[in-house]
Design a protein. Structure first.
Length: 643
């Protein structure tokens, strides 16, 4: 079973580890050429300005789909597969480039489709479904097909869920000729912001920054109790900010950290879970935060920096909680740090690779100064090339730069297809008014209760996120659940962050927890056991979104005093719930003590300050008793030993 899961995770990973891999076959050469062209196109438009939406998005989608059909053949080793895939590529090119050359005519005739438009539009919809299936599997295409069937057959559905029905030509025209279907906001964000940051991440990795992050984490945290687990958390939080994929993060950093965690005494299940939770958290750790943050900023109409600011404090709580719980586990098992010979020198590490941190600093500076994410990404890539050239070990040759351009394109395929396919769902939702119907249904089912509505949306997000990328899960849920929360008076950024968190957490929530399964594949543990352990370690992320819905101080809403108090209560809550779940503080905890700590933690996360203060007082009393009992026992043991 473990090997099967490991094989599935490995099958999902799209990677060309060297230039030779590209030139090993005619398909690889074609992927290399198209990938370089796609990356150069995005670099050009990032610096010199985007083309009109229907040009920018069609170039982005057509070249991305061409790579998808090359990298994921219909049937490996079959001659007919090559012909079939070439026909699919030609169909995608014809459909997309037809719009590139005629979109002005489409605008002049008010978007009314011709027969030629309908044929090409129908072809593109089918190709988007097929391309998404090949790169992401069946879940998202099935959701899109159900959405289209709902749009087409709505006239036959009785009751509240029914609608007048949408004709084939309306469905195709809406998806193909407007920016409300396939070419809506998600694909627009992918074609403008997301791709350049995926390319930025590829350049960081190829310049040696990924390896430097792991060395830096080892040199800082490796010597402490349970050091490899803390290395995993530190390195995954750094690497996760640039990778945007929990599974890719697990595979990249986990192959190093998980064996080290097992070596010093962590259970395989715990080792795989720590890496999965840390890698998942990288998706909501600023500054990059994966693809979802860019989409969120665009949907909210706020600067990207505002989304990053809102994510900072919850992310700090998340990683503090994980760090604390792994430390408690190390104390409980009496684990030690890494051997001194295995720990790199911090000064030496910084001397050899410290210059690789400069591009990330430049990126942050440019974003804070108000530069567009595209320009900030472009100049950060330029900074990588300049900074990596400062030392021979990290210098990128011309061929390595070209290779990175191609590899960056292969890393963007999942996002491109997820955004395009999600656009079909968005088109069905807006054409049929499903969003308003869903809002009414949830509000009616919850009786207008905000807490019940939040629980319904949380469950829906976790279910929709099974097997999907974070961005796809976020898009699908926010178009349905977002209006519900807004209707109940929730602030827009809090509503979007709520959905985004659970979209991220779907990667570690069974039954389909891809990041946890990836960690289990490396550690050799049982996948489902690893998934449930990961849920326990990530418990803060399941609670904090409810906190910032009721009291959005964690999102930097309110005075500094209010924000500071909220952060203090939540930080204490992390300690309480961490000790309660791990069963350890200064010594192993009894069940009653763990119960009272758990209750106190829930009180400290509550939005009412009276309950927060009561929870804090209970926490301090339990903590005081434990500290007193620990030192009394320690003193008695010392005196007995002396006697």
């Amino acid at each position: 079973m473990d090997e099967l899961k490991k094989g599935r995770v490995a099958a999902k990973k799209i990677s060309f580890s060297s230039m030779a891999d590209f030139f090993a076959s005619p398909r690889g050469i074609a992927i290399f050429i198209i990938g370089v062209i796609l990356s150069l196109f995005h670099l050009y438009t990032s610096e010199f300005g985007l083309y009109p939406a229907m040009i920018q998005r069609n170039v982005h989608l057509s070249l991305g789909m061409a790579i998808v059909f090359l990298i994921k053949p219909a049937r490996k080793g079959k001659a007919w597969s090559n012909i079939f895939d070439i026909l699919l590529i030609l169909g995608a090119m014809a459909a997309c480039w037809h719009l590139i050359f005629t979109f002005r005519d489409v605008v002049m005739r008010g978007g009314n489709p011709t027969n030629y438009d309908l044929w090409l539009g129908g072809t593109l919809i089918l190709l988007v479904l097929e391309g998404t299936r090949r790169i992401l599997g069946w879940p998202l295409p099935i959701i899109a097909i159900v959405a289209m069937l709902y749009a087409l057959l709505g006239g036959y559905i009785p009751g509240t869920w029914g609608h007048r029905g949408v004709y084939w030509d309306e469905l195709i025209g809406y998806n193909y000729l407007t920016t409300e279907g396939i070419f809506t906001i998600p694909l627009g964000v992918s074609a403008s912001f997301i791709y350049i940051f995926i390319l930025f991440g590829a350049f960081l990795v190829e310049s040696g920054t990924g390896a430097f992050f792991i060395k830096l984490a080892n040199s800082i945290a490796g010597r402490y109790r349970g050091g490899p687990a803390k290395v995993a958390i530190f390195s995954s939080s750094l690497f996760g900010t640039i990778s945007g994929s929990a599974v890719a993060n697990v595979v990249s950093t986990g192959s190093f950290t998980i064996p080290l965690m097992k070596k010093i005494g962590y259970r395989p299940t715990f080792a795989g879970a720590v890496e999965a939770v840390a890698s998942t958290g990288g998706q909501f750790m600023p500054p990059v935060m994966g693809a979802g943050a860019f989409i969120m900023a665009e949907m909210l109409g706020v600067p990207y920096v505002r989304v990053c600011a809102a994510a900072v404090l919850p992310a700090v709580l998340y990683f503090f909680s994980l760090f604390y719980m792994t430390h408690m586990e190390a104390l409980r098992l009496d684990l030690r740090g890494m051997e001194k010979s295995e720990i790199p020198s911090l000064p030496e590490t910084l001397r050899k690779g410290g210059h690789l941190l400069i591009p990330a600093g430049i990126l942050l500076y440019l974003l804070i100064q108000g530069y567009s994410p595209m320009k900030a990404g472009f100049w950060s890539i330029v900074a990588i090339l300049a900074c990596s050239a400062l030392r021979r070990e990290t210098r990128m040759s011309f061929m390595k730069v070209i290779y990175t351009l191609a590899k960056g394109a292969t890393g963007a395929l999942e996002v491109i297809m997820a955004c395009a396919c999600a656009g079909i769902v968005i088109g069905a939702v807006t054409q049929t008014g499903l969003g308003l119907k869903f809002s009414g249904l949830v509000v009616e089912a919850s009786g207008g209760s905000l807490i019940l509505s939040l629980i319904f949306i949380m469950v829906a997000t976790l279910i929709l996120g099974m097997g999907l990328t974070t961005s796809a899960a976020y898009i699908l849920t926010v178009i349905l659940g977002g209006p519900v929360l807004l209707k109940l008076g929730v602030q827009p950024i809090a509503a979007h962050m709520f959905v985004f968190y659970y979209a991220c957490l779907s990667a570690i929530t069974p039954p389909v927890a891809l990041a946890a399964f990836a960690g289990a594949g490396i550690s050799g543990a049982r996948p489902f056991t690893t998934g449930f352990t990961a849920m326990k370690l990530a418990v803060i992320a399941y609670l904090v979104p409810f906190t910032f819905i009721y009291h959005p101080a964690l999102l930097w809403e309110g005075s500094l005093l209010t924000i500071g108090l909220a952060f203090f209560f939540d930080l204490a809550g992390c300690i309480a719930i961490g000790s309660a779940l791990m069963g350890f503080f200064l010594r192993p905890l009894s069940f009653p003590v763990r119960f009272f700590l758990f209750v106190s933690s829930l009180g400290m996360f509550w939005h009412d300050y009276r309950i927060r203060i009561a929870g804090t007082l209970l926490f301090l009393v339990v903590l005081g008793i434990e500290i007193f009992a620990f030192y009394v026992k320690k003193r008695l043991t010392r005196e007995t030993s002396y006697d």
